[in-house]
Design a protein around this ligand. Sequence first.
Ligand code: PXP
Length: 236
Amino acid sequence: MLLGVNIDHVATLRNARGGKYPDVTDAAVAAEKAGADAITVHLREDRRHIKDKDVRDLKEILYVRLNLEMAATDEMQKIALELLPDNCCIVPEKRQELTTEGGLDAAGRLDRLTEFVKPLVEAGIVVSLFIDPEREQIAAAEKTGAQYIELHTGRYSEAFGTKEEEAEFQKLKDAASYASLLGLGVNAGHGLNYENVHRMKEIENLNELNIGHNIIARALFTGLDTAVKEMKDLVK
Ligand code: PXP
């Protein structure tokens, strides 16, 4: 399984003092050297962590794939078509949320998302839709023309170690096999950490995990190099 390292919270720390440090591109290079297969950043509408310049700088310097998470807005589509990241992951976005709370309603917004995804795919970007592990959403995602889905693992992560864990895990497993049957590539992420990530290996057809907060949090104590290497060892 591949590991995409989300470095949004390096920018959160930087922005706390409004200066240049910690430098987002330095973090990306360190993660890349430690074995990250992709660098993921979420350019939010309010630019609370990653800024436009960060995405431009990363596009210039990365050897590995740049995965741009963004909402399905005209502004974000324009930015993606200008910068041409390797991957785009389309996420729902609410201004007040602390982080991405649920998956996209691909079924409810099928026409809009189809229209949104088309030019991105035509421009050569590999597009995924961040959705909950539900068949209705997966079937809709396939209809939009996106090549991948990213399964929201937030509920599994919260349920880990409780009696709900198995049910949430099975939802992810079933969703991954249904998506593969439809010909979709499958990624996953959100809330994964060093304790709960190992079960992702039980899911066939998972291509890549996108993990951010927990890696950056651990890096405070171990350094980013070790934090990424340890996660990479757990997922490979
Ligand atoms: N995948 C998506 C689509 C996300 O929005 C996020 C959070 O930005 C992640 C993965 C990573 O989540 P976490 O920071 O909890 O590892």
